[in-house]
Design a protein around this ligand. Structure first.
Ligand SMILES: Nc1ncnc2c1ncn2[C@@H]1O[C@H](COP(=O)(O)OP(=O)(O)OP(=O)(O)O)[C@@H](O)[C@H]1O
Length: 252
């Protein structure tokens, strides 16, 4: 099997606080891979090692390897800015730029990085908005500001912004935590649409969401990888007692 992401003996510290403990993980290419676990177990920290965003925190120290398509992104010859161009990221709070129009929000990454000739940008924006299932809702108001969009629409706008850069990997950190149930259902549907083409790593504290949307799941607890496997197997026949407790709601 081809892996999009592999970690080898991954350890992360915030100052002396050891929060990711010797994790070896393989994330297959394409599909939805959920990182689940209770609050504070290290899900967001681990996700941020996959695009070196973790380094923006000065107290964070990473040891071990994270390989994207076989290449260790922590080796000295790798530029973190280049890594981040290839790995899209969506956060818990939908964060379109409020002072940019809907159109500009999708085009901004392409423009800043000079990724496309100018005349090809409108087509890419339309493509990305279609991919993120937002086009029909915004095509007549591309010059409006995102403040009039619902939370779910804003989150799909941010997903369009990420997709416009044509990343192979999309990291999502609790993307529905602040979205109402209708908006959440739309985003979960969208994951289903995107997963044939992209490797999506989804952080969720909700075992129910992991069960609904993921193909593989990893259970983290207190910074350790407790169990990983096909979602159905982990939920129906967990190997570890802790996993069983977590998926049945008896833990955190
Ligand atoms: N910027 C930071 N500086 C210091 N410690 C941090 C920082 N961010 C997180 N931590 C600590 O690292 C541990 C893991 O946090 P992390 O946010 O990765 O967990 P999580 O599973 O994503 O939790 P949540 O679901 O609550 O976001 C926690 O003990 C947390 O307090």
């Amino acid at each position: 099997m081809n892996y999009a992401i592999e970690t080898r003996n991954l350890n992360v510290y915030y100052s002396s606080n050891h929060v990711i403990k010797g994790v070896d993980l393989e994330i297959p290419e394409k599909g939805v891979f959920a990182l689940m676990g209770p609050s504070g177990c290290g899900k967001s920290t681990m996700l941020r090692t996959f695009n070196r965003l973790i380094e923006l925190n000065e107290s964070a120290k990473v040891e071990g390897e994270v390989r994207l398509f076989g290449k260790n992104i922590y080796s000295p010859d790798v530029d973190p800015i280049e890594v981040r161009k290839q790995v899209g990221m969506v956060f818990q709070y939908p964060n379109p730029f409020p002072h940019l129009t809907i159109y500009e929000n999708v085009a901004i990454g392409l423009k800043l990085n000079n990724l496309l000739p100018k005349d090809e940008i409108p087509k890419r924006v339309e493509w990305a908005l279609k991919k993120s299932a937002l086009w029909e809702e915004v095509k007549d108001r591309l010059n409006d500001y995102p403040s009039n969009l619902s939370g779910g629409q804003r989150q799909r706008l941010v997903i369009a912004r990420a997709l416009a850069m044509k990343p192979k990997i999309l990291l999502m950190d609790e993307p529905t935590a602040n979205i109402d149930p209708v908006g959440t259902a739309k985003i979960e549907e969208l994951l289903f649409e995107l997963k044939d083409e992209y490797t999506i790593v989804l952080v969720t504290h909700s075992p129910a969401q992991a069960a609904r949307v993921s193909d593989w799941v990893a259970f983290l607890y207190l910074g350790k990888l407790i169990e990983v496997g096909p979602t159905r197997k982990v939920f129906e026949n967990p190997e570890h007692e802790l996993t069983e407790k977590y998926v049945t709601g008896a833990l955190g």
